[in-house]
Design a protein around this ligand. Structure first.
Ligand code: TYM
Length: 335
């Protein structure tokens, strides 16, 4: 079976971008008989972005409940939190030792931080932790520990998967055997990047997200009403292709529905009315999930139990893998 793996960093509240770009396609894939799915909460990665323990815990619970509410079946999928798998940081170190520093210098997130500092006339590495720098290696370990064949992600993560491949290849080359499967990135072409309220990519870091469940139906509607539009009035034709409203609508709609919305915009539907149509379309999908989500959030101990089970399943695979690697690289234990 094809092993498919993906994760979400536990620093925020799940938003429509996470749902459309990661959770929905991942849950759909997990239902295919030929897929062996590994989905996890990336809470080691969260430490790179947040030093707020309560926020990380809360986010982990919300993200886990979101996966489950979206239809993930923990009996079918290996569903776990990264920090329950000590083999991951161990593998991170093995990989660190074969990773060229120059490779990490080119990572987008690190480069963005350096560029920002340079623009501000600061020391290039000011405020940059070694954690941020090592982000791609930790992510490579997530993927390689389970020999994932395919990694479905949004566009922003492509470089990280490419780096995981590079690192795997380097390790295989140095130690002279195919110790790791080379992972492939999977992008949902249709909905690769969902725009946020301001038209930029929907992202926690831009503070432009539309939460999937948090705040309930009213908050979803209020957020949609805040999507930035141009100044065209009702009756004036709108340009669907430059409108985030249309892009978001399309991510939730059938082709026929999207066609009808496209036409309505060209015909000059007012932005307020268009937003109401968008809200109703999203709400139709979200409402039943929100009910399950609220039930799950009321029983965090149930979520914890599911994650503990998942960790056992995940470790049953990662532990022998890491043991074999220890032997391969010269860390055989005395016994
Ligand atoms: P994260 O938590 O930033 O995002 C989780 C997933 O959601 C996708 N995504 C989006 N897709 C479409 N439109 C958007 N506006 C949007 N915003 C986010 C992201 O591309 C991602 O697929 N480093 C990863 C987590 C991670 C991981 C891994 C993923 C850690 N280890 C191993 C895959 C494999 C991250 O921070 O994603």
């Amino acid at each position: 079976r094809t092993r498919v793996l993906t994760g979400i960093t536990t620093t925020g509240t799940p938003h429509l971008g996470n749902y459309v770009g990661a959770i929905r396609p991942a849950v759909a894939a997990s239902l295919r008989p030929e897929v062996d799915a590994f989905y996890f909460m990336a809470d080691y990665h969260a430490l790179i972005k947040s030093d707020d323990p309560a926020r990380i815990e809360r986010s982990r619970l919300e993200i886990a409940a979101t996966w489950l509410a979206a239809g993930l079946d923990p009996d079918r999928v290996t569903f776990y939190r990264q920090s329950d798998i000590p083999e991951i940081p161990e593998l991170t170190w093995f990989l660190t030792c074969v990773t060229a520093k120059g490779l990490l210098n080119r990572a987008h997130a690190y480069k963005a931080a350096v560029d920002k500092n340079s623009e501000a006339g600061e020391d290039a590495d000011a405020g940059v932790t070694a954690g941020l720098y090592m982000y791609p290696v930790l992510m490579a370990a997530d993927i390689l520990a389970f020999d994932a064949h395919k990694v479905p992600v949004g566009r922003d993560q492509i470089q990280h998967i490419e780096m995981a491949r590079d690192i795997a290849q380097r390790f295989n080359h140095i130690y002279g055997r195919d110790y790791f499967v080379l992972p492939e990135v999977v992008i949902e072409e249709q909905v690769a990047t969902l725009p946020g309220l301001d038209g930029r990519k929907m992202s926690k870091s831009y503070d432009n997200t539309i939460p999937l469940f948090a705040g309930g139906q009213k908050h979803l509607r209020d957020s949609i009403m805040r999507i930035v539009t141009d100044s065209r009035l009702p009756g004036e034709a709108k340009d669907p292709d430059s409108s985030s409203l249309f892009t978001i609508f399309r991510a939730f709609a059938t082709e026929a529905e999207a066609g009808a919305f496209h036409q309505a915009l060209l015909d000059g539907i007012g932005w307020g009315e268009a937003k109401q149509v968008l809200f109703e379309r999203i709400e139709a999908d979200v409402a039943p999930m929100r009910e399950r989500y609220d039930e799950l959030m009321a029983r965090p101990e149930r979520i914890e139990a599911i994650l503990r089970e998942g960790a056992l399943k995940a470790r049953a695979i990662a532990a022998p893998k890491i043991a074999a690697l220890r032997d391969a690289i010269g860390l055989r234990s005395g016994a």
